[in-house]
Design a binder for this molecule. Structure first.
Ligand code: MCA
Ligand code: AMP
Length: 489
């Protein structure tokens, strides 16, 4: 297989003299001038490629042989070093949102069977006290273990993502899937080592971690992570050519006109993770002179559809399938629909970046017999192959600020509060976040604010309801099922 972190492997080869395994000294020394310049910057702190490889080598020594390693994924250089170290060692990485509350973190650690926790901030108390917690120290130096590279089919990451009900599910993502996706994106976006990638997205999801970190490391472009994805930080990043953001970020950039104008020198602005409103597309174009590239994907499939650097960009449309990807839309019976720009159906995808099934799940329930993954998104495809995402089949998956949030997980968190008798969670349209999480709750002796704080302490903070409405009863049909459509209306 092609090594996932090819450009880092070059750093090792350049500093090594032959076919023997790279030595510790070799990892610590740089022979190319660019190995000494800042390759990765996070919130103003930088590492050269050689420093990154050396510090990651030390981590690799800590984690080699573990079944899986959890990383408390703060937006820091330490997280990038920790992830790189695990990948070099062939150890699956389980990124844990830094603000995950005890319920969410406990589930992720248990379900993934992580054997140790890498924590950039040292040994804080995790929710499984029996797990060893290893700090990440940028000053340490080491070699990855000199064994064979992991097979391309080996799991690189186990990412946790919301389903409609219950706790988040683990998505194993292989080295090969990531490599295939990044190479396809590099082609579509003409992304090269000459680029400087700028973004400030969280490092525990596909967007910020796979595209935003592993993409830069594989392709060899410089990475400037701004710590937070604020308009001011994007504007202040020097030398940026390629910028990533979720629609909320782009809409906030547009609201800060001087920040938007500071991006005029960029090559490509890329939006994804949620629908980019046509009005934001237009405003961004007017302010920056750049028509944003939109792309579509999922944790389970990585990015599968995108517009191209050398092609048209259409507001409201996410482009055409990446090289190697097949898509189709189907009706309720699973019959393929014609790509005529009008028929609306369930979107299914196939390709080398699509996962094989959820961690621990028996069978491939979310795949058709002939291997197509049912995305759960509803789309239309034009005669020219362009895709438009119309919405989601289920109202129980909410996209807020680009985060995928399962209504069931938030409902369960609310029901764990002693004052709550019933709860129904929906996503309502929101001008800033796309959708905002709103909870309708039957409860006594508790305020909406107390319930919002309760969820924020049990789960990741971004999953908290932005609004709680205390009601006398929930609308139910004759079967007793909550009628969420009535709540949304
Ligand atoms: C507010 N805060 C609270 C509470 N209320 N803390 C505790 N309890 C409360 N009740 C604090 C938060 O901790 C935070 O603190 C601050 O208020 C602001 O938080 P919040 O309001 O949640 O942030 P925001 O400004 O609304 O965030 C918008 C955002 C964010 C920055 C756009 O949504 C974001 O980063 N989205 C990116 C999501 C993403 O990467 N998705 C990719 C999924 P403090 O300031 O101290 O932190 S991958 C994917 O979708 C696929 C594959 C794809 O296609 O890419
Ligand atoms: P996640 O697994 O968190 O990556 O969320 C994946 C979901 O995000 C998809 O199933 C879509 O519903 C949504 N999504 C991602 N990119 C886009 C996009 N460009 N336009 C519309 N929806 C998107």
């Amino acid at each position: 297989m092609a090594l996932l972190l090819t450009s880092l492997a070059e750093t090792r080869r350049d500093t090594d003299t032959g076919a023997r395994p790279a030595s510790a000294a070799a990892f610590g020394q740089a022979s190319r001038p660019d190995d000494l310049s800042a390759a990765v910057t996070v919130a103003g702190r930088s590492l050269s490629r050689a420093q990154l490889v050396a510090a990651a080598g030390a981590v690799a020594g800590d984690v080699a042989g573990a079944e899986a390693v959890a990383i408390v994924a703060t937006a820091t250089l330490e997280t990038i070093v920790a992830v790189t170290g695990c990948l070099l060692a062939g150890t699956p990485v389980v990124p844990v949102p830094a603000d995950a509350g005890p319920v969410e973190r406990g589930h992720i650690l248990r379900d993934s069977a992580a054997e140790l926790v890498l924590d950039p901030h040292g040994p804080s108390a995790p929710d499984r006290p029996q797990l060893p917690v290893v700090p990440v120290d940028l000053a340490r130096r080491g070699d990855p273990p000199a064994g064979p590279e992991p097979g391309g089919g080996a799991t690189a990451l186990i990412l946790y993502t919301s389903g409609t009900t219950g706790a988040p599910k683990g998505v194993p993502v292989t080295h090969d899937a990531i490599a295939a996706d990044l190479d396809a994106l590099a082609q579509a976006w003409a992304w090269t080592a000459d680029d400087t990638l700028v973004h400030g997205l969280p490092l525990f999801h596909v967007h910020g971690l796979v595209l935003g970190v592993l993409g830069a490391l594989r392709i060899g472009s410089r990475l400037v992570h701004t710590g937070r994805p604020t308009p001011g930080a994007y504007a202040a990043a020097t030398g940026g050519t390629l910028y990533f953001g979720v629609p909320t970020v782009w809409s906030r950039v547009c609201a800060d006109r001087s920040a938007a104008r500071a991006l005029r020198g960029a090559r490509l602005l890329v939006s994804g993770s949620a629908p980019l409103p046509a009005s934001v597309f237009q405003e961004l174009t007017d302010l920056t002179g750049l028509r944003p590239v939109e792309r579509y994907g999922m944790t389970e499939t990585l990015i599968t559809v995108s517009s191209r650097a050398d092609g048209e960009r259409r507001p409201g449309w996410v482009g055409t399938p990446l090289p190697g990807v097949e898509t189709r839309i189907v009706d309720d019976e699973g019959q393929a629909l014609r790509p005529d720009g009008e028929s609306v159906g369930g979107l299914q995808v196939r390709g080398p970046m699509v996962f094989d099934g959820y961690l621990g799940a028996a069978g491939r329930r979310d795949f058709t017999a002939d291997g197509w993954f049912r995305t759960g998104d509803v789309a239309t495809v034009g005669t020219d192959g362009w895709h438009r995402i119309v919405g989601r089949a289920s109202t129980d998956l909410i996209k807020s600020g680009g985060y995928r949030i399962g209504a069931g997980e938030v409902e369960n968190a609310l029901l764990a509060h002693p004052a709550v008798r019933e709860a129904a969670v929906v996503g309502l349209p929101d001008p800033d976040l796309g959708q905002r999480v709103v909870a309708f709750v039957v409860a006594e002796g508790v305020t909406p604010e107390q319930l919002i704080d309760f969820v924020a302490t049990q789960l990741s903070v971004h999953k908290r309801p932005r609004q709680v409405r205390i009601v006398g009863q929930l609308p139910r049909n004759a079967m007793g099922k909550v009628q969420k459509k009535l709540l949304v209306d």
